[in-house]
Design a binder for this molecule. Sequence first.
Ligand code: NDP
Ligand code: 8X3
Length: 254
Amino acid sequence: MDCKDRIVLITGASSGIGRACARAFGRKGARLVLAARRRDRLGEIASELGAQVDVHPLVLDVRDPVAVERAIGGLPERFRAIDVLVNNAGLSRGLEPVHEGLLSDWEEMIDTNVKGLLHVSKTVLPGMLERGRGDVINVGSIAGHESYPGGNVYCATKAAVRALTAGMRMDYAGTPIRISTVDPGMVETEFSLVRFHGDAERAKSVYRGMKPLSGEDVADAILYVATRPAHVNVAEMLLLPEAQGSATIVRRET
Ligand code: NDP
Ligand code: 8X3
């Protein structure tokens, strides 16, 4: 299935995996709705993609259901018929055991990774069903397959993404809507910087002595999922760097 002129909504498009998805789908001729909270970043990406890619930047906080409905409902006509939704916006905060965890961190992760994905999906799916086509590709994580020390709430949100993906696939089986999840291991983006509240040194140390995935590696997998023939649904893809054997086993050069 070709991407030319398909309308692709990418949440969390201002950085990392989402930004790489914008480049990957843009190169294939898709029309892009790029959503995130940072307006300046979205502007930069639109300029980088250039005039040959049709881009609509959408300043949006996926945690706010009213804003999500208003923003997506108010898209200009030529961007309204969304063919592919990449539910990518997400984050982790902290790596503490539960008794030391911050309520504000937990709420931010649950509200973004789980409820945000639901808000956007609920808004986009009716149009897909009406038009009789659509792909919803959720960005999960290896953290949704196995928990790790300190990952408690983040891992629970990604386990929820995995459960929601499976449930949605059952809800829409027999319709032309395909529901998938792409679940990466370690990807070097702004993810760890956000997790450690801006501590760049600690963030860098996560990838010490190993070659992590890049945002581009994950975008490539997402593009693969979106471009299978209509009868093929890549239900779930676990994508790890070669050095990573599980959520906790990582071989590093010393
Ligand atoms: P980045 O921090 O680089 O990107 C996260 C993106 O999510 C940003 O564009 C950010 O934009 C957006 N975002 C965060 N909160 C909101 C919100 N409330 N509303 C709208 N957008 C929001 O990290 P990654 O690219 O690595 O993360 C993308 C996804 O990949 C996440 O779901 C993450 O859990 C998942 N993942 C990451 C892995 C990794 O190792 N990096 C591995 C497995 C999964 P802005 O701040 O402008 O709103
Ligand atoms: C992000 C990868 O291993 O830090 O989902 O949870 S991990």
